[in-house]
Design a protein around this ligand. Structure first.
Ligand SMILES: [Zn+2]
Length: 264
């Protein structure tokens, strides 16, 4: 009995541990990677497949979430996000990013990129960096990965997605995307429309710009929540579908730009 009580206490304790949930679910990451692949230069694509072997960008894109099951890889968890207090200006965000010393998505993307330019990495290191880079650029475009520290990027903001219990982070990871009922290849094809002009505009944006853009979207998303267990229905999908699709498309284009720079 004592043992059982202990187990129960442990379980309820674990249930409240501040775990930052995944990221775009499987679909979100694959959509971003699939879109990115369509904009790769021939040379970049060849170099990338030399590193990845017989796995597509889409299929490796979730690996950094899969390895979370390995308890020795716990130290990698903070790489997937950066939490920021509300109401910051662009300059404050930029300053924070440039001076923060804790592991976060901004300084880790910078690190992975700079290491990939280094030709002396082992094949294993190259693969690790590339898989993480593909994943983290996806994560960065999931607005709740630039959410607030107090609620762990929306993880503790409980909402109802139709009849199901969910939270704001998960709505953006999975619920909204899955609601569209498309496979990742169908989804990528359905939203992958961009003009050369749009792509040039995106190319001029910096990593701090991407963070700030997601941060602003996150601000809008938070502002919509006014009560505990708020019910999100069709109107939420109607309001945010364009925003979701823009984030996925821009994530794909930004990822392609970075990969073309490194490998092209
Ligand atoms: Zn992630």
């Amino acid at each position: 009995m004592k043992k059982l009580v202990f187990k129960m206490v442990l379980c309820s304790f674990l249930a409240y541990l501040p775990v930052q949930a995944n990221a775009w679910g499987l679909l979100g990451h694959r959509i971003v990677a699939q879109i990115a692949e369509s904009y790769l230069s021939k040379k970049a694509k060849k170099e990338i497949y030399k590193i990845l072997g017989n796995e597509s960008l889409a299929m490796v894109s979730n690996w950094p979430d899969f390895i979370k099951s390995d308890s020795t890889k716990k130290y990698l968890d903070p790489w997937h996000y950066v939490n920021l207090s509300p109401g910051l200006s662009y300059d404050s965000v930029k300053h924070f990013l440039e001076t923060a010393t804790h592991d976060n998505i901004y300084n880790k993307i910078n690190l992975l990129v700079s290491e990939l330019y280094n030709k002396n990495l082992t094949p294993e290191q190259k693969q690790f960096n590339l898989k993480f880079l593909i994943h983290l650029i996806g994560d960065l475009h999931q607005p709740m990965h630039v959410g607030r520290p107090d609620d762990r990027g929306g993880n503790s903001v409980k909402v109802k997605w139709f009849a199901a219990s969910s939270n704001l982070h998960r709505v953006w990871d999975e619920d909204l995307i899955e609601f569209q009922q498309l496979s990742y290849t169908e989804y990528a094809k359905a939203i992958n429309f961009s003009t050369k002009e749009q792509r040039e505009t995106l190319k001029a944006k910096s990593l701090a710009d991407w963070v700030f853009s997601s941060y602003q979207v996150a601000g809008e998303i938070y502002a919509d929540i006014s009560e505990p267990d708020q019910k999100l229905y069709y109107a939420y999908n109607y309001k945010y579908l364009n925003v979701l699709n823009r984030q996925l498309l821009e994530g794909g284009i930004h990822l392609a730009n970075v990969l073309n720079e490194i490998f092209g």
